[in-house]
Every structure is written in C-alpha cells, then in structure tokens.
Design a protein around this ligand. Structure first.
Ligand code: HEC
Ligand code: HEC
Length: 239
C-alpha cells in the first residue's frame, strides 16, 4: 500500500500542474490563506473538506468564481488555472497529513510524544465519544499503532473509504439498503445484506449515500496543531 492510500487520499497530484499552480497560489491566495495554505487571516485550506476531496478543482471553481464572505471573486482565473492551483493544494494536503512522517514541527523520527494526554482526553470526550469509546473499540489503539506518526495519520484520515453503503427510497416508499455496486447519473445498484442484487434508475428514486468518514472530515478543520499532539499523546497510551 502506498503512502497516499495509507492516508486515505485520492489520486496523486500531477507535479507538472502543481508547479504551474504554485505561482498562481502565491500571487492570488497566499496573502490570506498563508504561504503553505495552513491558514493566516483566512482559514487554512489543507484540512478543509472542500479542498481535501477536490482533485480536479471542481469544488473550488464556483467559490472562486463567486467569491465568499471575506474573499473576492477571481474571474481572471481560468478553469485550467484553478485545476493547477488545486493540484498544488493537493500536495500541501498530503504534506499536512503526512507531516508526522516527514518531520518538521511534527518530527517524531524518534517517536516523540509532545502532547498533553490529559488535554487529549478532554478533546476526545468532547469530539470522539459519539462514535468511539476508549474502553471499547479504541481500547487497544495505542498497541495497534505504536508509531505516533502512524497514529496521527490514522485518526486524521482513518481509512481509504471502502465500498459505500446507500439507502434507496422508491417512489412508492419502499426502502432498500445495501452496499453500492454502481452509482452514476443514470443508475444505482446495490447488494443488500442477504446478498440480493437491486437495480434502480437514478431519477426514479431517492438515494442517500453513507460516507463512513463524514465525522472525520468534519473534524479536520477543527483541530489546532496542539489538539493533534494532545490527541496522539492520549491515544498512544490506550493499550
Ligand atoms: C482577501 C482574502 C482572501 C484571498 C485573497 C483568498 N481567500 Fe479564499 N477565503 C477567504 C476567506 C475569509 C474565506 C472563508 C469564507 C467563509 O467562511 O465563508 C475563504 C474561503 C475559501 C475557500 C472555501 C470556500 C467555500 O465555499 O467553503 C476556498 C476553497 C478558498 N478560500 C480558496 C482560495 C483560493 C484558491 C484563493 C486564491 C485563488 C483564495 N482563496 C484567495 C479569504 C481569501
Ligand atoms: C461520526 C463518527 C466519528 C467520530 C465523531 C469520530 N470517528 Fe473515528 N472513526 C469513525 C469511523 C466510521 C472510522 C472508520 C472505521 C473503519 O476503518 O472502518 C473511524 C476510525 C478511527 C480510527 C482508526 C481505528 C483503527 O483501528 O484503525 C481512529 C484512531 C479514530 N477513528 C479516532 C477518532 C478520534 C480521535 C476522534 C475524535 C477526535 C474520532 N475518531 C471521531 C467514526 C468517527
């Protein structure tokens, strides 16, 4: 498994395009979002769900065309420019997610634990216990991921999202739930828990896709750097 898959990231950014995107980013965006996109007077972009899942810049395009509160519109940027910027941002996303292994402020080649486990416990109680338990599913997480870097990556990006689950509601109110086999503009097909195959025309039904990692994506923009270190210091002791 390569590092990107390990971190649950999408396709690798294209370095050529990222190189073209860098000067565009520095000229147009860095003043507010920071030189490394980790935030300055405007929020950091490397943990923003909208950016993290934006491999081709398609999510960012409308925001940059329209502008946002506190952000001007950038009508001069072409679709290609935005693609190049997004490729550069994808590299920063990877660096930010990877920093445990690449050193820097988070350097822990010696597996250093720099955070405060007590503060980590408080953060855990406030943000994680709706889905996890320190005496249940995560009781041995410190033994499972003894490397702090790996542990950080794991809770920041728990997994490569596997096959999605979906709930389909038909026009007459019938509900079918199961694992998604195919899903596009025209059709959706599922296998239910009994192994039965179901096929629907997309426009004839209501579809709700479960994203297992919604909770984790929502947390990404919330962590401060200290939170990440504290969280790791707490979790690594669960053995
Ligand atoms: C003048 C400051 C400023 C500049 C320059 C700027 N931004 Fe922003 N940006 C902001 C602020 C403030 C927000 C948060 C807006 C909000 O919370 O609604 C934001 C939000 C965003 C978002 C999230 C949009 C959304 O819909 O949630 C993205 C993506 C983004 N900026 C990317 C960029 C890129 C790429 C550039 C350069 C082309 C850029 N920004 C330039 C201030 C700026
Ligand atoms: C909304 C639910 C939700 C919240 C909130 C949540 N998680 Fe998770 N977490 C998940 C799911 C779902 C998985 C993925 C399980 C899988 O890989 O199939 C996961 C996976 C993990 C893993 C990997 C476990 C392993 O054995 O591989 C860790 C570590 C983790 N979460 C820590 C945290 C921490 C720390 C917080 C709070 C800061 C948190 N989670 C908040 C739902 C949540």
């Amino acid at each position: 498994m390569n590092m990107r898959e390990f971190l649950g990231l999408g396709p690798a950014p294209n370095p050529e395009l990222a190189k073209k995107g860098e000067p565009l980013y520095l000229q147009n965006c860095s003043g507010c979002h920071g030189k490394d996109a980790r935030g300055a007077q405007a929020p950091g972009l490397t943990r923003m769900p909208l950016v993290v899942s934006d491999y081709k810049g398609e999510n960012m395009l409308p925001a940059l065309k329209e502008g946002r509160t506190g952000m001007p519109a950038f009508p001069q940027l072409s679709k290609e420019d935005v693609l190049n910027i997004s490729q550069w941002l994808q590299l920063q996303v990877e660096l930010a997610a990877n920093r445990g292994t690449y050193g820097g402020t988070y350097g822990n080649l010696r597996n250093q634990v720099t955070g405060d486990p007590k503060k980590g416990e408080t953060f855990f109680a406030a943000n994680c216990t709706t889905c996890h338990s320190a005496t249940g599913d995560l009781a041995k997480v410190g033994a499972k991921f003894p490397q702090v870097a790996q542990l950080k990556n794991r809770f920041l990006w728990p997994t490569t999202p596997g096959p999605a689950k979906a709930k389909v509601t038909t026009a007459d109110g019938k509900i079918v739930e199961g694992r998604v086999k195919a899903n596009n503009d025209f059709e959706i097909s599922l296998t239910d828990a009994q192994g039965n195959y179901h096929y629907f025309q997309r426009q004839a039904v209501k579809v709700e896709i479960e994203d297992k990692l919604t909770g984790h994506r929502a947390l990404l923009p919330k962590y401060s750097d200290a939170d990440i270190n504290n969280m790791a210091a707490y979790l690594v002791n669960l053995k």
